[in-house]
Design a protein around this ligand. Structure first.
Ligand code: ATP
Length: 338
């Protein structure tokens, strides 16, 4: 497994946060509210890929242990397989917290749609709250989060279609409803884009060092037609980019270093880095859209912690606890007591 500070940063380290004295989350008091409430309470951690959502979710669940469970809302991480490529939080970093819909869906059973997510995740939330625990929803797929949370969901309407994203004020863009079926505490982990992109580029290098190419070589299907790369797990960043490379240089076809081969590999890596940064940008645009539509997203700025991690400054985890975890805990406490 990868021990670089970059991976350690977004995925929680295996020890719980201890450096700061944090306000306690009063789990017992909070859970007694559930039966008197009309709507179930859920926490939703949003943010672009790489912004530290998984780390924050496990940090919060640890403080709240054993009164919360995590529900994944990343559309690639719902599938089994490609754990490195899709950046699933490794088991040992989950600190014993139950994770739902993380690697549970068979990728060969067709595309898992926002509508499927609404139903499956909705059932999981009912189950968690029936056991008087708090669901923490975490993941970067805003179409999944939207589908799950809105009071009325129309599977035919893509509120985030590319056209409406590029023209945010267009009168033809579908209106996003702010009527939600749960009582939500939204925590949006934000990192300034230049800092996030620098981090994402390093993260791709870390993923490659951790065995991403081997993972994708095993996933490679030489007989796959182009169409297949447009559904489900095959859309994960890394699959189409390395498929192009493997078509030229099939896995296991001699590893001799030739210049052309090296160039093709470098080109695939560059495309993965570019596409990851583009994904982060689009995710931030979608979050801003939800905010403009009236979703009460509380923005938490993690830029300083990322800057410190990028310069290998040991203080990054103190900064994280002070600037990200502490405000999140305060927000959560207020929400639970409300
Ligand atoms: P869209 O409406 O565009 O599908 P979304 O909000 O539903 O967006 P995103 O999480 O932004 O979902 O994913 C969009 C695309 O980004 C995916 O189809 C995939 O190509 C890529 N992607 C997203 N998450 C991952 C991941 N964890 N690993 C690899 N690629 C990912």
């Amino acid at each position: 497994l990868n021990h670089s500070p970059f991976t350690l940063f977004t995925h929680s380290s295996s020890s719980p946060p201890t450096r700061l004295r944090l306000p306690r989350i009063d789990a017992a008091a909070a859970t007694t509210f559930y039966h008197h409430r009309r709507k179930d309470k859920v926490v939703v951690i949003m943010g672009a890929t790489g912004s530290g959502k998984s780390r924050l979710s496990v940090d919060l669940a640890t403080l709240f242990f054993p009164f919360s469970e995590i529900l994944n809302s990343d559309k690639m991480q719902v599938y089994s397989g490609l754990d490195i490529t899709t950046n699933k939080i490794p088991l040992h970093q989950r600190r014993g917290v139950t994770h739902h819909l993380l690697g549970d869906v068979n990728p060969d059973a067709g595309e898992f749609s926002p509508s499927d997510f609404r139903h499956r995740a909705g059932d999981i939330i009912s189950d968690i709250t029936s056991r008087r625990k708090l669901p923490i929803i975490v993941g970067g797929s805003n179409s999944f989060i939207h589908a799950l949370l809105v009071e009325r969901f129309d599977p035919e309407l893509n509120v985030f279609d590319a056209e409406s994203l590029s023209t945010p004020t267009s009168s033809s863009s579908p209106v996003i409803s702010s009527e939600l079926r749960y009582n939500c505490c939204f925590l949006w982990v934000d990192v300034s884009f230049p800092v996030l992109s620098e981090y994402l580029i390093k993260r791709v290098d870390d993923m490659l060092d951790s065995g991403m190419v081997d993972e994708l070589a095993q996933f490679f299907d030489p007989h796959a037609i182009e169409e297949m790369n447009r559904t489900g797990l095959r859309k994960a960043i890394g699959v189409p980019e390395l498929d192009r490379y493997f078509k030229e240089y099939p896995p296991g076809s001699g590893e001799e270093e030739d210049r052309v081969r090296k160039g093709a590999y470098k080109e695939a890596v560059r495309a993965i880095k570019d596409n990851t940064c583009q994904l982060a940008k689009r995710q931030i645009e979608k979050i801003l859209r939800l905010k403009r539509a009236g979703w009460n997203l509380q923005r938490i700025d993690a830029t300083d912690a990322f800057r410190a991690a990028l310069t290998l400054d040991d203080r990054w985890s103190d900064i994280w606890e002070r600037q990200v975890l502490e405000p999140s805990v305060n927000n959560l406490n207020r929400f639970l007591m409300d």
